[in-house]
Design a protein around this ligand. Structure first.
Ligand code: PLP
Length: 457
């Protein structure tokens, strides 16, 4: 039941994303009042390490004076101007330049939005517009993957391959298809090697393209590591194999780097970790370390030239947001990228990630853990009822939610994933000592859960 007036006021007037409203009314919110480093504090004065950096996003943690200064200075100088019809400003120019310089493959231009969903919606429209401009308007269909997460706006929710994002919304929209999830633990067949599984994923993709007609298939969206769908790290040769198929049928590659970008996977981009060569790249979250909302779409020169010709000959690319490239958000993003350079964010992740991955692998031997996976500073464990049979618990038992509660008692805010997964995606600035605290806390919580479950029989 609500503990104080803030909780009561929240219940009275606020609606929360991805929340069971009736459970919320009964239990009330967890009210977060302040943050510092990798920790946040609730209104009861308890502190937690946030092991998913909010929503995989607060890369520099929950305090940073330089970002405060960058925002304040820009607000004083020019709090707002838009980017429509050739208007521009220094933060937008600086950020475009910095992203193009840092891109994992040669990219030509940057376009800005406010969220990951908007960036992916923008990419979809760019693809349609581009194919019209280059004289193949029928090449419109888009492929993504089952369990992929690309956001919640209508096109992005269609790309997302999770049932909750489609149910009752008449989604996906026509022309969006989902191909096999590259998750060997669940999708691999008995006796099939990881390599053979990767080959099967590529042939599933090819079959889909051939069934729909290659002349109608425009692009495939992919998160280098699938995040919200379960932190799924594909087999080693997966991307090489599926990219060969996409190139064969002239299908554009869109890398959704919304979670993976800016060091998460142990390289600056997930694309670098996995050898992905995108035509279009979307990014958000760590772009501004989430101090302010901003997202970006990078396009290579081939796509840019098509879009540019189109805007000149067939008419304006009729898309853009009031806050595309908002000067304060852009100034904060510029400062964020400078901080990443100065602190060598990739070097830091390479230093602390092995500790976290070793901790995750150690948890693999826990009686409740079926699969343990990850790369860099992203990972997950999956709780199972029967390890040998890879059998998950009955979802009605909400086992991961119980683990999450026990983690809270250990001073950890954890994120649960579909299929009783528990995610690890801490602020990238986490240090070795904090990684150890996080892994110990989760181990204690799982031990307690195992005792409870044994008692319950
Ligand atoms: N793409 C990926 C990979 C994401 O993880 C998310 C959000 O978690 C999105 C897109 C959507 O971003 P937003 O919630 O900012 O719209």
């Amino acid at each position: 039941p609500p503990r104080n007036s803030s909780a009561t006021r929240d219940i009275a007037t606020a609606m929360h994303p991805y929340t069971d409203a009736r459970a919320h009314e009964a239990n009330g919110p967890m009210i977060i009042t302040r943050g510092e480093g990798v920790r946040v504090w609730d209104d009861q004065g308890r502190s937690y390490i946030d092991t998913v950096a909010g929503l995989w996003c607060a890369a520099l943690g929950f305090s940073n004076e330089r970002l405060v200064q960058a925002a304040t200075a820009q607000m004083r100088k020019l709090p707002f101007y838009h980017a429509f019809t050739s208007k521009s400003h220094e933060p937008l120019i600086d950020l475009s330049e910095m992203l193009v310089e840092r891109a994992p493959v040669p990219m030509s231009k940057a376009f800005f939005c406010n969220s990951g969903s908007e960036a992916n919606d923008t990419a979809v429209k760019m693809i349609w517009y581009y194919n019209n401009a280059v004289g193949r308007p029928q090449k419109k269909k888009i492929i993504s993957r089952v369990k992929g997460y690309h956001g919640v706006t209508v096109a992005s929710a269609s790309l997302t391959g999770l049932p909750a994002n489609h149910k009752l919304f008449d989604l996906p929209i026509a022309g969006v298809f989902h191909t096999t999830t590259p998750h060997y633990y669940h999708e691999g067949r008995p006796g099939e090697s990881e390599e053979e599984f990767a080959t099967r994923c590529a042939s599933d993709l090819e079959e889909l393209i051939l069934r729909e007609g290659p002349e109608t298939v425009a692009a495939m969206f992919m998160e280098p590591v699938m995040g919200a769908g379960g932190v799924i790290v594909p087999p080693k040769t997966y991307y090489e194999k599926i990219q060969a198929v996409l190139k064969k049928y002239d299908v554009l590659i869109v890398a959704d780097e919304v979670i993976c970008g800016f060091g998460r996977t142990g390289e600056y981009w997930g694309c670098t970790t996995f050898g992905i060569e995108p035509d279009i790249l979307t990014c958000a979250k760590a772009l501004s370390s989430s101090f302010l909302p901003i997202s970006g779409v990078l396009v290579n020169d081939k796509v840019y030239q098509g879009l540019a010709d189109g805007s000149h000959t067939i008419g304006t690319f009729g898309h853009g947001y009031t806050y595309s490239g908002h000067p304060v958000s852009a100034a904060v993003a510029v400062e964020t990228l400078k901080i990443y350079d100065e602190m060598d964010i990739v070097g830091h992740v390479k230093k602390v990630a092995p500790l976290m991955q070793a901790g995750i692998q150690k948890l693999a031997s826990h009686p409740l853990v079926g699969d343990a996976r990850g790369v860099g500073l992203i990972g997950a464990i999956e709780l199972v009822e029967d390890k040998a049979a890879k059998k998950n618990f009955d979802p009605a038992r909400k086992i991961a939610a119980r683990a999450q509660k026990l983690c809270e008692a250990e001073g950890l805010i954890m994120r649960i994933l579909p299929g009783d997964g528990i995610a690890f995606s801490p602020p990238l600035v986490i240090n070795e000592e904090e990684v150890a605290l996080m892994m110990n806390g989760v181990t204690n919580a799982l031990d307690k859960l195992a005792v409870e479950l044994r008692r319950e029989g």
